[in-house]
Each structure stands twice: as C-alpha cells, then as structure tokens.
Unconditional design. Structure first.
Length: 315
C-alpha cells in the first residue's frame, strides 16, 4: 500500500528530532552537516506536509509545538526502524563484498587477470576472490548459471542473456618453431596458412573461434583442418616449439617465448587478427561492489590495440 503524500521524508523527521534534542535549529543544522537556511527550508516543508506548525522559534532557541511534540514522538520509532534498516543494508553489502567469483577464458586468466587482481587487492583487501578458468563458452555458461558474478571472454560471439562490454584488445599471431620455413622467411601468406593443418584449442575456445571466423571471412567457403587439438595454451606452445606444427595464439600468451627465441612469429599477409576481449554479466543486472571494481580495473589497464601490435612483432 503506497504511503500518503502527507508523510514527511526521513531526513525531515530526523532533523525535527535533532532540533528538539539540541534546542536550536542552528545546532541541529550543524549536526546534520547542512546550512541553517537549508534546515529552515526542510522544517517549513515538513510543516506544509503535515498542515500544522511543529516548532516555536524564539530568542533562546526552538521548541516543539504540541503538534510537533506529538509528531516527534511518532517519528522516533520511524527513525529507529530506519536506523535498523540502514544497519541491515550495511550487513548485506558487507556480505556481498566479502567474496567475488570470477570466470575467465584461459588467455585472460593466465596473462591479464593476475595484474587486475593485484590492483583489486588494493581497492578491496578484505574480499576473497575465486577464479574459474575455461574456454569462452564455459565462462558464459558459468555466468548465466549464477556461479560467477562476472566473466571475461575472448570469443567474438554474443551470448544470449548476457551483457557484453569490451575491456581490452589484443592480437592473434602465428607461431612456429624457430627452424620452421615460415620462421626463416619471416612471413606467411594467408593462402598457405589457410591450407595448413594447425595445432588448435578445443571447440568453444575464443582464440580458435576468432581465427576461424577471420579466415572464413577472407576466404569464403574455407574449412579449417586441425593437426592436433589441445585444451591448454601451454601444451600448444610446447608442441609448436617441438616442431609438431604451427598454431595461432594470443600475442599475450607467446610474448615471452618469442623474446626468448623458443618460438617464432612470422607476419601474416592479408589478414588482420586484432580482437576484442570482453566482460560479461547477466542482462538486466548492474555490477556492484568488487565485480564493478574489477570491471573498471580491466577497462583501465587492459592492453590496447597498439600494445597488442607492439607485442607481436615478427621474429
């Protein structure tokens, strides 16, 4: 049942109680952190709502009228209940902020999340954080199921029931063993890359989906061929370095190996593999507490397109 428009707001009732307790509108205004004219305006509005004067003002201060004293008596229970409500809300917020469950696809989990976590620890040192890693499809399902408050994915696909916002960009690169002919030449044509069976992540991987979609747009009718399917980026890098075959991975994941010379990254001619990395959460919901803080950190510190290109210089 809606309240009558004659019921004053809590701030006005709380101010009235302070005036009666302190004996002065000025002292009550200072206690509430507002100016005396603002306090006077608030009391006048209260009197307009209830239809009777609530204070008598004199040289020595202010005191309640009989009607004001009666309203103040009723208001004390309301203000006490509001204080209990406020304390309860604080408890709920503290419980919400005490833990955060996050899901992230593998590249983000391994190469970006640790840095985000360090920054979040400074902002929310008392929050316990749990990270679940998987491919982009698994991350989206975990967020949809309510297991995780926020997720981070690499896949270009949109997931029904989830908000999706870009937080960063990186670039996919071809990687081969240093002795591979593409490494010695320093580049590979798109047609040769498309015709070569690659070491790939499993179906559902954002890296694999981005690459296959990009090639399919450039070469209509192209069908991918997979030499070896592995569920771990580390396992793929080991297989590539051993000479099993080429792969396409995030520049974030192979920067150290390219610098060390254990992997080479020939330039791809005719194909741009810049991609977006996105945060996801349930549609219609707002991020709050540590989840909101993590999203802001990811947007602020995630790699830009320029940084992604700088990190993927040809070997």
């Amino acid at each position: 049942m809606p309240l009558s428009p004659r019921v004053p707001d809590l701030a006005a009732l709380d101010l009235l109680l302070s005036v009666i307790e302190l004996g002065s509108l000025g002292r009550a205004a200072r206690a509430h952190g507002i100016s005396q004219p603002s306090a006077s305006s608030r009391i006048r509005y209260l009197e307009k709502l209830v239809g009777v004067p609530v204070l008598e003002r004199g040289a020595l201060g202010s005191r309640p009228t009989p009607a004001g004293a009666l309203i103040a008596e009723w208001a004390r229970g309301v203000i006490d209940a509001a204080g209990q409500l406020d304390a309860g809300i604080d408890t709920l917020r503290a419980e919400r902020d005490s833990h955060l469950r996050v899901a992230a696809s593998q590249t983000i989990a391994e190469y970006l999340f640790p840095g985000w976590l360090m920054t979040l620890r400074t902002a929310a040192p008392d929050t316990a954080i749990a990270l679940e890693s998987g491919n982009s499809v698994e991350v989206a399902q975990a967020v949809l199921d309510g297991k995780d408050a926020i997720g981070f994915v690499e896949s270009p696909q949109n997931f029904r029931g989830l908000e999706s916002h870009t937080v960063a960009r990186d670039r996919l690169v071809v990687v081969v063993a240093p002795q591979h002919p593409w490494a010695r030449r320093g580049w590979v044509e798109l047609a040769d890359l498309a015709a070569t069976p690659l070491i790939q992540r499993e179906t559902g991987s954002g890296t694999r989906t981005w690459f296959e979609n990009a090639v399919a747009r450039a070469i209509p009718g192209w069908e991918p061929t997979v030499a070896l399917e592995l569920s771990s980026t580390t396992a793929i890098k080991t297989a590539v370095a051993s000479g099993v075959g080429p792969s396409v991975l995030s520049s974030l994941a192979v920067a150290a190996e390219i610098t060390a010379g254990t992997l080479a990254s020939p330039t791809i001619t005719g194909l741009d593999l810049t991609r977006t990395l996105r945060a996801i959460w349930p549609s219609g919901q707002r991020l709050t507490g540590p989840a909101r803080d993590l999203y802001a950190i990811a947007r602020r510190t995630g790699p830009s397109t320029e940084a992604a290109h700088a990190g993927s210089s040809p070997a």
